[in-house]
Design a binder for this molecule. Structure first.
Ligand code: PMP
Length: 393
């Protein structure tokens, strides 16, 4: 059996129509098939390879760590410099009171940790999240998701969860002194890149302060430079109580974190109640990769280039079939008339060598979230291939 046959016969599937692109090697913005076919990865492996695939500094850091140790002990027992140095580096990207980092394995696990921590700290049970939010696929993170279709089969989920409309000032009134946490993606990703205004975030912050509600910002997609600031909340003049990140954090390795101040995080320490336990959380190899990722974002001044690159996409992607482009930095949704129009365009673009996608809760928009290291020439090339795919109809 060849690899494609093995994929279908032995690998559990998540969809009836997997992309099934076979990749043998990846580097920078490019991925290559076994036949040498070149693809531009315009979605960064779904928001992961923000600094490109196999960045040399990430590879070097991993190689160095491989000669020291892999896994030693459950998270939070031994002193391991990959974890301590990473925690310090993350805190240096944040306002000073966000000074305590809990390292985990993935986005969903980070959300789980954040929700549990908010309940523990406030001793409240109600959680508010947004319609069309995506926070992950585990039971807790799915419970705060905002799309009924995805949740239906798994009910009963966590009790006490209310969905409100992202960006609605009026629905902030739902936040009361019974609310443990309000969890929201700073920029809604899977909803198709929806961006609320600064006034909304400020009103949300104020309401949480007035009611003692923990504000959890999910920056699993929007963080690590994707929007042109290191953290997306920096655009809006607010700071969360708990920040959640993953995806781009590891430069291609699996890692996530939830971050709070010492007082909030301290709620997990009171024995005999279990806090959050993770065997592999903050894996040393992933931690050194993440530390290298932070350094690359800084050294290559990637944040400074995001707006110009996003504007170039917007300038080039002009076509009667493109209705609009929503974006915050290089987190972009290119809107078409319908999924029926978009799907064959995505298929042809892939054939032409450009990988894009749609969104979980928005199937009439093309996802564009390239590695931040993409050059202007590469943007021109990618947009040319997308426009060709639109024209081929
Ligand atoms: N939150 C957001 C905003 C996400 O985009 C994702 C992943 N798409 C998650 C949470 C879940 O992350 P993971 O797949 O690593 O569990």
């Amino acid at each position: 059996m060849n690899n494609r046959q093995l994929f279908l016969s032995h690998l559990a599937q998540t969809t009836d129509f997997p992309l099934m692109i076979e990749i043998e090697r990846a580097e920078g913005i490019y991925m290559y098939g076994p036949d040498g076919k070149e693809y531009i990865d315009l979605i960064s492996g779904i928001g992961v390879s923000n600094i490109g695939h196999r960045h040399p500094k990430v590879i070097d850091a991993i190689k160095e760590q491989l000669d020291k140790y892999l896994h030693l002990m459950v998270y939070g027992e031994y002193v391991q410099s990959p974890q301590t140095l990473l925690a310090k580096a993350i805190c240096e990207t944040l306002p000073s009171h966000l000074d305590n980092v809990y390292l985990v394995n993935s986005g969903s696990e980070a959300v789980e940790g954040a929700l549990k921590l908010a309940k523990r700290f406030t001793n409240r049970r109600e959680i508010i999240s947004c319609v069309n939010a995506y926070h992950g696929s585990s039971h807790g993170s799915l419970s705060v998701g905002g799309n009924e279709i995805f949740k239906r089969a798994y009910r009963p989920l966590l009790p006490g969860i209310k969905n409100v409309v992202y960006g609605s000032f009026q629905q902030l009134e739902e936040i009361t002194e019974n609310t443990a946490a309000f969890i929201v993606e700073t920029i809604q990703g899977e909803a198709g890149i929806k961006v609320a205004c600064s006034e909304y975030f400020q009103a949300l912050r104020k309401k949480c302060d007035e009611t003692g509600t923990i504000l959890i910002l999910d920056e699993i997609q929007a963080g690590f430079g994707r929007t042109g600031k290191f953290w997306a909340f920096e655009h809006f003049g607010i700071v969360p109580d708990i920040l959640v990140c993953a995806k781009g954090m590891g430069g291609g390795m699996p890692i996530g974190a939830f971050i709070a101040n010492k007082e909030v995080m301290g709620a997990f320490k009171n024995n005999p109640l279990l806090g959050h336990i993770t065997t592999f959380g903050g894996h040393p190899v992933s931690s050194v990769a993440s530390l290298a990722t932070i350094r690359v974002i800084r050294e290559e001044k990637l944040l400074d280039q995001v707006e110009t690159k996003a504007n170039l996409f917007k300038k080039l992607l002009v076509h009667p079939k493109i209705k609009s482009i929503r974006n915050k930095g290089l987190m972009m949704a290119v809107e078409f008339e319908s999924f029926e129009v978009l799907k064959p365009i995505i298929d042809r673009a892939i054939k032409n060598g450009v990988i894009t996608d749609w969104f979980l809760f928005c199937d009439d928009a093309m996802r564009i979230a390239p590695p931040l290291v993409i050059t202007e020439e590469e943007i021109e090339k990618a947009c040319g291939l997308i426009l060709a795919a639109i024209e081929e109809d």
